[in-house]
Write a protein that binds this ligand. Structure first.
Ligand code: FRU
Length: 501
């Protein structure tokens, strides 16, 4: 572990990722595109940079890349903390909280009741509404609107269902400690009727939180839709701590039926590798998607941190970035429907000139530094074909003994992200990790698209079939990129490095 000589506290603030100016954030909440603006609400402590005083912070963007922090949208009070939830545009004013000519945005959030409340210790779902396009919010006087007398009923994600069973609002929420996603329906967002539940299924090594449910075309065919249920769990991820898993299947307006469940019941450690994960890294959690994104796009944002060490990461005065927004699609791969995730095209679109664009490079038992000065914020695209090397790949944010290793071991079929020498790892015992994920060559190749920022690497492998996101805290001056092949040969068929600031 190398001592960090970072000189100013802002050094880790990302260039491409959203952070609150000087406070704590966790889960993205209420993601919606409305009147030309993307709204990103989020779990926020307006009074500090560790978890607490949970309120909905707020930021807006026209393009998913430049975000403007707005005043706190829904603050906590003496009765309740404002836990995670979603926002819908109630265009028909079904809730009556606006008018027909000025319909409201409605936030459905979890009231986590505090000591001063008669419901102390319980979690129930409540409404707030905005009549000015999402900037100011009023709580509904009839809160809560859905109470199961439960201490762990939270994270409502509401969407409009229009299908064979009718047209109504559907809420997906969790009974966190029962590893269940519970589904409800409503005509007016105020009265909710139980539909069904899903789970336990696949990974259950930690409580279930922050679900989402949406349909996507398979292989780009709008006539063939499949439903995707995502649910985050903490701990119990494939490399430890917080992570998100997904299921594909069908939703008939009442019940979600999975066609991708590997097993049910208690966690089987050997099976973690077989489940479908939104991200195999340590730092992608509480991911949810936007309502009403233009052109039918399904865009998801996750929180780039892990509850194992979230409150200890060495940043100041802010703490925790959001991950880059991802566009989701479904593709049939080896006879199975898989989720593909790729960073939205808006990110990096203004910085299109690569600093490095190389011819094929043959490596034999060596590490080669790429002689270009690119700066710390980069998009690296690398295409490898294996030879005899046991492992090959790249080292990013490198200098001397410092660096983050992103490798492929074709024999074991593993993608590897080693952050043990990535910079400052001392702030928590569990941080210095080697995280791995199963990977298979496609057409004989391994393709990596890597977004590197001041405190993160996000590795999108095989066209977005596999993602591995990790925080790192390197020295500001560690900006080098190397390529390597260990114990044999490998070919870097193409390599481009584009500075993104
Ligand atoms: C997930 C979570 C949610 C909850 C919120 C509280 O990270 O635990 O289940 O609503 O954070 O901040």
């Amino acid at each position: 572990m190398t001592a960090v000589t970072t000189t100013h506290p802002e050094a880790f603030r990302p260039a491409l990722h959203y952070t609150a100016r000087n406070t704590w954030l966790n889960d993205p909440n209420g993601l919606i595109h409305h009147q030309g603006l993307y709204h990103l609400y989020y779990q926020n402590n307006p009074l500090g940079n560790t978890w607490g005083n949970m309120s909905w912070g707020h930021a807006t963007s026209e393009d998913l890349t430049d975000w403007t922090e707005q005043p706190v949208a829904i603050p906590c009070d003496e009765q309740e903390e404002i836990f995670s939830g979603s926002v819908v545009f109630d265009s028909q004013n079904s809730s009556g909280l606006g008018t027909e000519t000025a319909p409201p945005l409605v936030a459905i959030y979890t009231s986590a009741y505090k000591e001063a409340s008669p419901l102390n210790g319980l979690q129930a779902q409540s409404l707030a509404y905005s009549l000015d396009g999402g900037f100011t919010w009023k709580k509904y006087a009839g809160n809560p609107v859905l109470d199961r007398n439960s201490a762990n009923f939270r994270d409502p994600k509401v969407f409009r269902y229009d299908g064979g069973a009718g047209s109504y609002w559907v809420m997906a929420a969790v009974e966190a400690e029962e590893y269940k996603v519970v589904l409800y329906k409503s005509e007016d967002l105020k009265t909710w009727e139980y539909l069904s539940s899903f789970g336990p299924a696949n990974a259950t090594g930690g409580i279930w939180e922050c679900p989402d449910l949406f349909a996507l075309p398979v292989d780009g065919n709008p006539l063939e839709l499949k439903w995707v249920l995502t649910v985050n769990l903490n701990p119990g991820g494939p490399n430890g701590g917080s992570a998100g898993q997904y299921f594909t299947g069908d939703f008939d307006g009442i019940k979600f039926t999975s066609d991708s469940t590997v097993t049910s019941g208690k966690q089987d450690h050997d099976r973690l590798q077989e489940y479908d994960w939104l991200d195999w890294g340590r730092d992608y959690y509480a991911a949810v998607s936007f309502s009403d994104a233009p052109d039918g796009r399904r865009i998801m944002i996750g929180w780039m941190n892990n509850w194992d060490y979230a409150n200890q990461i060495p940043t100041s005065p802010w703490r925790s970035p959001m991950a880059l927004p991802r566009e989701l699609s479904l593709a049939t791969i080896d006879g199975r429907t898989r989720l593909l995730q790729n960073v939205v095209e808006e990110v990096g679109s203004r910085h299109a000139a690569p600093a490095v664009r190389s011819q094929p490079i043959h490596l034999t038992g060596e590490t080669r530094r790429i002689p270009a000065s690119v700066g710390p914020v980069q998009l690296i695209e690398a295409d490898f074909t294996p030879g005899t090397a046991e492992e090959f790949g790249l080292i990013v944010r490198g200098s001397g003994s410092e660096g983050t290793r992103i490798g492929i071991n074709p024999g074991q079929g593993r993608l590897i992200l080693d952050r043990t020498a990535s910079g400052d790892t001392d702030f928590h015992d569990g941080f210095a990790s080697v995280d791995t994920a199963p990977i298979k060559a496609r057409d004989g190749r391994y393709r990596l698209k890597i977004y590197v920022d001041h405190c993160s690497v996000e590795v999108f492998a095989q066209h977005g079939q596999l993602v591995l996101t990790d925080l790192i805290f390197p020295n500001e001056t560690s900006t080098g990129v190397s390529i390597y092949a260990d114990g044999g040969s490998a070919t870097v068929e193409s390599l481009t490095i584009t500075p993104l600031v």
